[in-house]
Design a protein around this ligand. Structure first.
Ligand code: AMP
Ligand code: ZN
Length: 665
C-alpha cells in the first residue's frame, strides 16, 4: 500500500465509525481503538503534508480561531415559515394551495420542527465546502470551521446523490448534552445556560472551533436544495439524502390530507417530551417538488410549507412547600413541591423556581394554586398564581435565610441572581461537589473512583477535602459498601496515577470559581506555578490577557483563604504537579511577545497545529485573518493567492517555516 492509500483507508474507516456512531447511533469501535486510529492518521498526515485535506476526520477536533465571521450571501434565500395554531388555520392554508395549483391532488410531508439554529451546508463534488447561518435570510455568517466539528455531518458523500447541492437543517443541542454542560458550568461556579436553543446558536459563533468540538451538538437535516430534477418529491429527496449519509430524522411522515396531518400532530403532541431534543411544533410541506415550484414564495414564507405550533401544556395544582437545593458551589435553587398532577403524560411533583426574584415577581406563596406549564423543556415551570383561589390568611413567602444543609446564613452578592451558602468547607454538598469535580475526567481524571463513592467516603469520615484522597489506604476502602479488594486497589492506583496530571489540569481541578478549563490553561501558561499564581495581586491578574475582574477577584479570594493555603500545601507534599513541567518550560519563551502571526499553507518540519502552538508557547498570538495588526505571515506551500495579495498590499512581512524556526531557536 502506498502512503496515500494508507491515509485514505484510515480516513474511510474513521468516517465510517463516525457515521455509525453519530448518525446511526450504533457504535462499531471502542473509543480507545478509535483514538489509536485517529492518532495514526494524524501522524501520517503530519509526515506527509502533501496529502492534507480539510475534510479529513482529523480536522474534526477544531483548533482554528475565527475573530470575524465572514458575511456570505445565500445563493438561495433562506425563508422563514408561516405559523398556524389550529386545524382551521391548516384547512385555510390547504384551500390557498389548492386554488393556486388548480387541483386538490396534494400530498404532504409532516416533520417535527426542531428548535435550534438553521444552517445551510454547501457540497461541491461530494465535498463539504461551507456552512452559513440563516442570518436575515438573504445573507448569513460563514461558520464552516465550527460546523466541521459536528461529527454527524458528513464531510464528503461517497455514493452518487445530486451534482452540487445545499443541505438545510437545524443545529441542535440534545437535552442530555445540554444538562451535562450545565452541570459542568455549575461546578465551575458559572451561570447555567438558559435553554438548548440559544446555547446551540451561540455555539456556532464561538471563536475557537476546538471549543465547539467539545459541545455535543448535532445536526438534523430537512431540505435538499438543488437545480437537478432527479427526485420528484421532497420525501424522496430526503430519503436519498439519508442513504448517502445525512442525518435525516425518521420521524418524517407522508400523508394525504389535513386530517392525517392532524393525526400526526396529536401523536406528537404528547410524545414530543420523550424525544432526545426539543421541538416546538411540526412543519407541513407540499410533497411534490413541481407543485412547490408553482406555489413559490410570499415576501417572507414559502407558500408550500407551514409550521404548526404545539400549545404549551398547562395545568393548575397546589404548591405545598418550597424547598431549597444547595449546588456544588453553594448556589441555592428554590424548588416548588407540588401536589402531584398529570401533565403531558408524566406526573409532575416539582418545578424550578429559579431564584428569590422569580418568587417575588410572581408573588408565589405556600398553599397557592399555581399554573404549571411544560413547553419544549423537560423541567416544568410555574408561570402564574391563580389569585382567585388564594386564601385570605396567606402570607408572602419569606425566602430562606439559612442553608438547609448546614444552617449557615445565606449571602447574596450584588449583581448575583442567586443566594449562596458561604460555608464552603463545612457544607456537605459543597464538600462532596468539589471533590467530585476534582476527580472528573477533564480535571484529575481519576479512574476507579465515582461520584457516589466520594459521597460515601465523606460520610464515613475518610475524606474532608480532595487532598485527603491521597492519604487513603486500600484497607480503609475495602470495608465500604459495594467495594471489593480489586475495586479498592483500582481506586488507589487511579489516585496515585493522578500525581502525573499536568499543572493546567490540576489548576482546573482545584475548583476555583470562574476558573474553567480554558482560563486554567491561560493562567498556567502565564504564571507557571501555583505559588506565582497565589501570590499575584489583583492588578497583576487583570493584566493577563482575557482575565477579567471577576476571575481575578475570585483567585485573590481563593489565595487568601487559610483553608486553601493548607490544602495546596498538602497537595505539594503528596507530589501533585503544581508547576509547569521542566519539559514544557523548555519549549516556552517570550521571544514573540506582542507579535501577531497568520499561518497559511502546508508545512514540512512541523504540523500546522504544532506551528501555532509554538507561536503561542513563545508568547506570540495566532490570528486566522490578515489585518493591519498582523506582524508576520508564516507561509508554507500553496499559500492562498488572495492572502498573498492582501499581505503585500498591507506591507506585512512574509516568512518561511525555516525563518520561523530560526526565530524561536
Ligand atoms: P421560524 O424561525 O419560526 O420562522 O421557523 C422557521 C425555521 O424553522 C426555519 O428557519 C428552520 O430553521 C426551522 N425548522 C425546524 N425544523 C424544520 C423542518 N423540519 N423544516 C423546515 N424548517 C424547520
Ligand atoms: Zn450550607
Amino acid at each position: 500500500m502506498t502512503i496515500q492509500q494508507k491515509i485514505q483507508t484510515l480516513r474511510d474507516e474513521l468516517n465510517k465509525h463516525n457515521y455509525n456512531y453519530y448518525v446511526l447511533d450504533n457504535a462499531t469501535i471502542s473509543d480507545f481503538d478509535f483514538d489509536i486510529k485517529l492518532k495514526a492518521l494524524e501522524k501520517l498526515e503530519t509526515e506527509n503534508p502533501a496529502f492534507f485535506d480539510v475534510n479529513s476526520p482529523t480536522q474534526r477536533v477544531g483548533g482554528t480561531v475565527t475573530k470575524n465571521f465572514e458575511t456570505i450571501t445565500h445563493k438561495n434565500r433562506m425563508y422563514s415559515l408561516d405559523n398556524s395554531y389550529s386545524k382551521e388555520d391548516l384547512l385555510n392554508w390547504e384551500k390557498r394551495v389548492h386554488k393556486i395549483l388548480g387541483t386538490t391532488e396534494t400530498q404532504y410531508t409532516c416533520e417535527l420542527k426542531f428548535d435550534g439554529a438553521s444552517i445551510n451546508l454547501t457540497y461541491e463534488n461530494g465535498q463539504f465546502q461551507k456552512a452559513v447561518t440563516r442570518g436575515d435570510g438573504f445573507q448569513g455568517d460563514e461558520v464552516t470551521n465550527n460546523i466541521r466539528t459536528i461529527k454527524s455531518i458528513p464531510l464528503h458523500i461517497k455514493s452518487d446523490f445530486v451534482g452540487n447541492f445545499e443541505m438545510r437543517g437545524e443545529i441542535i443541542l440534545p437535552i442530555v448534552g445540554f444538562n451535562k454542560m450545565n452541570e459542568e458550568r455549575l461546578a465551575n461556579g458559572e451561570e447555567e445556560y438558559r435553554n438548548p436553543r440559544n446555547t446551540a446558536s451561540g455555539s456556532l459563533k464561538l471563536q475557537d472551533s476546538a471549543e465547539v468540538a467539545k459541545r455535543p451538538l448535532d445536526c438534523l437535516l430537512y431540505q435538499v436544495v438543488t437545480s437537478e430534477r432527479k427526485y420528484k418529491t421532497h420525501f424522496e429527496s430526503l430519503e436519498n439524502a439519508r442513504k448517502v449519509g445525512f442525518k435525516v430524522p425518521k420521524t418524517i411522515a407522508l400523508v394525504n390530507s389535513i386530517d392525517e396531518v392532524f393525526d400526526f400532530v396529536n401523536q406528537w403532541d404528547a410524545k414530543r417530551f420523550d424525544l432526545p431534543y426539543e421541538t416546538d411544533g411540526i412543519v407541513i410541506k407540499v410533497n411534490n417538488l413541481q407543485q412547490q415550484e408553482e406555489l413559490g414564495y410570499t415576501s417572507k414564507y414559502p407558500r408550500w410549507a407551514i409550521a404548526y405550533k404545539f400549545k404549551a401544556v398547562q395545568v393548575s395544582t397546589v404548591l405545598n412547600k418550597i424547598s431549597y437545593q444547595v449546588g456544588r458551589t453553594g448556589a441555592i435553587t428554590p424548588v416548588a413541591n407540588l401536589e402531584p398532577v398529570q401533565l403531558a403524560g408524566t406526573t409532575v411533583k416539582r418545578a424550578s423556581l429559579h431564584n428569590a426574584d422569580q418568587i417575588e415577581k410572581l408573588d408565589i406563596r405556600i398553599n397557592d394554586t399555581v399554573f404549571v406549564e411544560k413547553g419544549g423543556e423537560i423541567i416544568p415551570k410555574i408561570i402564574a398564581v391563580d389569585f382567585t383561589k388564594r386564601h385570605d390568611s396567606s402570607l408572602p413567602t419569606i425566602y430562606a435565610t439559612h442553608c438547609p444543609e448546614c444552617n449557615t446564613e445565606l449571602v447574596r452578592k450584588e449583581g448575583d441572581a442567586k443566594h449562596y451558602c458561604p460555608n464552603e468547607f463545612g457544607c456537605p454538598p459543597q464538600i462532596t461537589g468539589r471533590i467530585q469535580h476534582f476527580i472528573s475526567r477533564k480535571a484529575m481524571d481519576i479512574d476507579g473512583l465515582g461520584g457516589e463513592t466520594v459521597d460515601l467516603l465523606r460520610k464515613e469520615g475518610l475524606i474532608q477535602n480532595y487532598a485527603d484522597l491521597y492519604d487513603l489506604k486500600v484497607e480503609q476502602v475495602i470495608p465500604l459498601e459495594r467495594m471489593a479488594e480489586k475495586s479498592a486497589q483500582n481506586m488507589i492506583n487511579g489516585i496515585e496515577k493522578s500525581k502525573n496530571i499536568p499543572f493546567e489540569k490540576v489548576l482546573f481541578a482545584l475548583g476555583i470559581r470562574f476558573v474553567g478549563e480554558t482560563v486554567a490553561k491561560k493562567l498556567a501558561k502565564h504564571f507557571k506555578s501555583i505559588d506565582n499564581l497565589m501570590t499575584a495581586s489583583f492588578d497583576e491578574l487583570v493584566n493577563v490577557d482575557e482575565i477579567g475582574d471577576r476571575i481575578a477577584q475570585s483567585i485573590v479570594d481563593f489565595s487568601n483563604d487559610l483553608n486553601n493555603i493548607q490544602l495546596i500545601n498538602k497537595l505539594k507534599v503528596v507530589g501533585i504537579q503544581l508547576s509547569v513541567s521542566a519539559e514544557s518550560l523548555e519549549n516556552q519563551s517570550e521571544k514573540l511577545k506582542g507579535q501577531i502571526f497568520v499561518v497559511s499553507g502546508v508545512f514540512h518540519q512541523m504540523s500546522r497545529n504544532d506551528l501555532k502552538k509554538a507561536i503561542e508557547d513563545n508568547g506570540g498570538k495566532v490570528s486566522s485573518s490578515i489585518s493591519k495588526k498582523t506582524n508576520f505571515i508564516v507561509a508554507g506551500d500553496n499559500m492562498g493567492p488572495s492572502k498573498l495579495v492582501k499581505a503585500e498590499s498591507l506591507g506585512i512581512t512574509i516568512i518561511s517555516e525555516n525563518d520561523f524556526i530560526d526565530k524561536i531557536r
